[in-house]
Design a protein around this ligand. Structure first.
Ligand code: ISC
Length: 474
């Protein structure tokens, strides 16, 4: 990516922008291919979710990701470049496509700030192949948004990304960029609706496969484990809802981030009015400051009503052989996968408790130094699916998920996030999630099954996870 020093076009007005875009147009003509012009601007405090609400168009791709506890949020909408990929090589193909794109990108502006410069947003479904039911989302979708806003630790940045061809109407482009930057600089939240959204009134609720299906599926997995087909598998339930009015995904996301501040609230739209939303506790991989940050999250218990009961449930979880085994499978697999990439994983010796409002998990933080030769998408492709959503051994267990489950996962338990031109980025595991379209929603919840799992307890764990989403849907 070429960075144009601001001193070359010092005037932050129409003339300065026209001069910059004129230069980009010259490069497009010389190289014989369109260039991406990226203009970053420092802005006052911004709320990416509220911005997304104001620019939301059902016919446009968008991605939103926020971890309130870390004061980190980003949103991008309207693809100016996008591509889809399928198959096992989709992560590598997405990486190569992006490398080609950054080679044809020219950036200017406040590029020393967090969330500055162009970035790609991406979502990868659980499975690698396209199927009819998966049609909402391709196995891999990568896009560069026209508008992108981000905030980290109180520092906010807005970015406009513009494709520039050799005959681009730069006057028009410049006016649009200036108008957008003016809007984001002093974002007018008063223009947004203020009434608090109530949960939709009428629910039709349908457990796919019926109420008895999930315990029977767990029984099937336990029989497979006893027969030696695999050692761990993660099975999920899907529940369809129908409401008396359309769901409001953006209001739901606001409720998610308020209720689950340590989770990652996310939304990815297919550009055809379908949104995949959720609040996941699980990060798949983050690249930051030359480090790869990941972790194993598996093994669950309910929260207690009193401090004493909560501590007892937590202590039982830490001491439970079944949950420790379920967890160890994930931690060991992640460490093994990172070593396969030539990285040196540093893992905590013992898992600790990670408490959400409705459930507590075992968590082992894992980090590694990330050399420039390994891209974040290499790590994401190697790690996905971890045994927190797939199984052990991966090659043996994962094919059985499609055989036992009675729905197509699509983006559920897939991964989505962003990556920038510096190679930094963040990807989460898309669990605790729902696919929302009009007045219909499909909710997903899964659990890990190992020898010793009890079908009734696993059903109760999925109930707990589903309840959290049911209570938060708006
Ligand atoms: C697959 C899910 O959770 C995983 C992540 C954390 C703990 C899990 C468990 O204890 O079973 C699951 O492996 C889900 O919530 O849909």
């Amino acid at each position: 990516m070429e960075i144009v020093p601001s001193e070359r076009f010092p005037n932050r007005d129409l003339n300065g922008l026209l001069a910059f875009l004129g230069y980009v147009r010259e490069v497009a003509a010389t190289k014989g291919c369109p260039q991406l012009a990226s203009i970053s601007l420092a802005v006052k405090h911004i709320d990416p979710l509220a911005v997304l609400e104001s620019i939301y168009e059902p016919g446009e791709l968008h991605l939103y990701l926020e971890q309130p506890q870390a004061d980190e949020a980003v949103a991008g909408a309207e693809a100016v470049f996008s591509e889809t990929f399928a198959g096992a090589e989709r992560f590598a193909r997405a990486r190569d496509w992006l490398a080609g794109l950054w080679d044809n990108t020219i950036a200017i502006g406040d590029l020393d700030r967090p969330h500055s410069g162009p970035r790609a947003f991406a979502a990868f479904t659980f499975g690698a192949d396209a199927s009819e039911e998966d049609a909402a989302f391709a196995p891999a979708t990568v896009f560069i948004p026209r508008w992108q806003v981000g905030r980290r630790h109180g520092v906010s940045t807005a970015v406009a990304n513009v494709p520039v061809t050799a005959d681009a109407p730069i006057e028009l482009l410049a006016q649009k960029v200036l108008a957008a930057h003016a809007k984001f600089s002093v974002f007018d939240y008063s223009a947004l609706p203020t009434e608090e959204a109530a949960p939709p009134a009428v629910f039709k609720k349908h457990d796919i496969g019926g109420a008895d299906w999930f315990p029977a599926a767990v029984g099937q997995a336990l029989a497979d484990i006893r027969a030696g087909l695999y050692r761990k598998i993660v099975l999920a339930r899907a529940v369809d809802l129908e409401a008396g009015r359309a769901f409001n995904p953006l209001e739901t996301l606001n409720a998610f981030r308020e209720s689950y501040p340590s989770c990652f609230a996310f939304s990815f739209s297919d550009g055809r009015a379908r949104s995949f939303i959720g609040a996941t506790p699980e990060r798949l991989a983050q690249a930051v400051g030359g480090r790869l940050v990941t972790g194993a999250l598996a093994g669950s218990a309910p929260r207690g009503l009193s401090a004493r009961e909560d501590a007892r449930l937590g202590a039982e979880l830490l001491a439970c052989d079944k949950d420790q085994r379920e967890h160890r499978h994930v931690a060991e697999a992640i460490a093994r996968r990172l070593r396969a990439l030539g990285l040196g994983p540093e893992c905590a010796a013992q898992p600790r408790l990670f408490k959400l409002p409705n459930v507590q998990h075992l968590l082992t933080p894992i980090e590694a130094a990330l050399p420039e030769s390994v891209s974040l998408l290499d790590a994401v492709g190697e790690l996905h699916p971890t045994p927190a959503v797939g199984g052990v051994p991966r090659e043996d267990a994962v094919p059985h998920i499609g055989r036992i489950e009675n729905f197509t996962r699509g983006l559920y338990a897939g991964t989505l996030g962003w990556l920038d031109w510096r190679g930094e980025g963040d990807f989460v595991v898309a669990i605790r999630s729902a696919l929302v379209e009009g007045n219909r929603a499909r909710l997903y919840a899964g659990v890990g099954i190992v020898e010793g799992s009890d079908p009734a307890r696993e059903q109760a764990e999925t109930d707990l996870k589903l309840r959290a989403m049911l209570d938060t849907l708006r």
